[in-house]
Write a new protein. Structure first.
Length: 417
């Protein structure tokens, strides 16, 4: 989720009329292009969830088989994020971003036109590959476009595409698919992606990649103090979140709230957006505290859902707490791993992308096993149990990973982008 840090990039220290980091304000138009890329990445991944019945009927396979289009996407991302980041380290950043976004246009077009399950799965894998490249690039791109004291806020703006996709994009795509057919929904994604390509060409600044001798090795990066704790927190926190989120419809249906799933997701998305705004304002000085607060809020939400879910108002309140706790977590973890990685931030961010998507895939599998074995009521308890080690590691990793005060060197545009 980051661009390669370029220790030889002197352009980052000079005023840049295209919106470089020497400006003392955020280049919002360019950052919103990155946010749209994040939106497309997240929506492409989750859109099939709302279109399963129609897709399975057209492709002649079961709904459970069609559901694997989400799994194969995550697998494509997890398998390729690290090797692609290493292979494209020397590419100029804008060229790489255009290639990644172009991959989504291709994959969504093939998905929309495909009449066979095998071709659809292949297209979804390609979309996952494009996502791995994009996630390893976007957060660091945002950092390099902003002055040092606004880098956390820049990442928050870029990452706003995630809750927008989950709370508004998926319901809108589902409505479009129901009204005009699931293929139209994917073609609409292609149209939006083409517009984004033009937007990037016009508004997003370019930055150089790395010289070959500067590219860090992954295993060496894993031994950098602080990287391991951040990756552990990412793995367990995302696993906990996905167990509940991936099966939220089943959970709410068992509570008798199946008809309110869209509204509850809207509450979650609105709270997530508020969380992203708060995180963007405070992340520069309060990264550790915000991470602990986020984990505690999600834990409280899980506890409420576990013991007080028979009261509808409390389900909505817990959902709002969940969104407030979760919304800023992508920004916080990306910032933390970028700071910890320092000159190896590109490798650290690629590892974060891989761990994140592995946790999402595992969350879908674990959630399904829990649902079959213990029912949906086990989800909140599982979330609560998993968040205990998350909080413990964040509190323990005060020297590196989640320090009380962020290192200026770790956050600089030329060492941590």
């Amino acid at each position: 989720m980051s661009t390669a840090p370029d220790t030889t990039d002197t352009t980052a220290a000079r005023p840049d009329p295209r919106g470089g980091p020497a400006q003392q304000k955020l280049p919002l138009f360019a950052l919103l292009a990155l946010a749209t890329a994040v939106f497309i990445t997240s929506l492409t991944e989750t859109l099939p969830a709302g279109l399963l019945p129609a897709m399975s009927a057209d492709l002649g396979v079961s709904e459970s088989a069609t559901g694997q289009t989400v799994t194969v996407y995550a697998i494509g991302t997890a398998l390729t994020a690290i090797p692609l980041t290493a292979a494209t380290g020397a590419w100029r950043r804008k060229r790489l971003l255009l290639a990644a976004v172009g991959g989504f246009a291709l994959a969504n077009t093939v998905t929309a036109l495909s009449s066979t399950y095998a071709l659809t799965m292949a297209a979804r894998f390609v979309a996952g590959v494009a996502a791995g490249l994009a996630w390893a690039l976007l957060a660091g791109y945002a950092r390099r476009m902003a002055p040092e004291h606004l880098q956390g806020r820049a990442i928050a703006v870029a990452m706003a595409g995630i809750p927008v996709a989950l709370s508004l994009g998926v319901p809108a795509g589902t409505f479009l698919g129901d009204a005009l057919g699931w293929r139209v929904a994917f073609l609409a994604m292609t149209g939006l992606t083409v517009l984004l390509l033009l937007w990037i060409v016009a508004a997003v600044p370019d930055f150089p990649g790395q010289e070959r001798g500067e590219r860090p090795r992954m295993l060496r990066t894993l031994r950098v103090p602080g990287v391991g704790p951040v990756l552990f927190v990412t793995l367990v926190f995302v696993l906990a979140h996905t167990i509940l989120y991936a099966y939220i419809a089943a959970y709410l249906d068992d509570l008798g709230l199946g008809g309110s799933t869209g509204l509850i997701l809207l509450v979650f998305g609105a709270a997530s957006l508020a969380s992203i705004w708060i995180t963007g304002v405070l992340v520069h000085d309060r990264l550790r505290g915000l991470t602990v607060a986020g984990a505690l809020l999600v834990a409280v939400a899980a506890a409420v859902l576990a013991v007080l879910s028979d009261t509808t108002a409390l389900v909505y309140a817990a959902t709002a707490l969940w969104g407030l706790g979760w919304g800023g977590i992508p920004t916080l973890l990306q910032t933390a791993v970028g700071d910890a990685g320092g000159t190896s931030a590109d490798a650290a961010q690629a590892m974060l992308v891989t761990v994140w998507n592995a946790a999402m895939a595992a969350g879908g599998v674990v959630g399904g096993l829990l649902l079959d074995a213990f029912g949906s009521g086990s989800f909140p308890w599982s979330v609560l149990l998993l968040l205990l080690p998350v909080i413990a590691v964040v509190l323990y990793a005060r020297d590196a990973g989640f320090p009380p005060r962020r290192s200026t060197a770790g956050a600089s545009p030329t060492s941590g982008a």
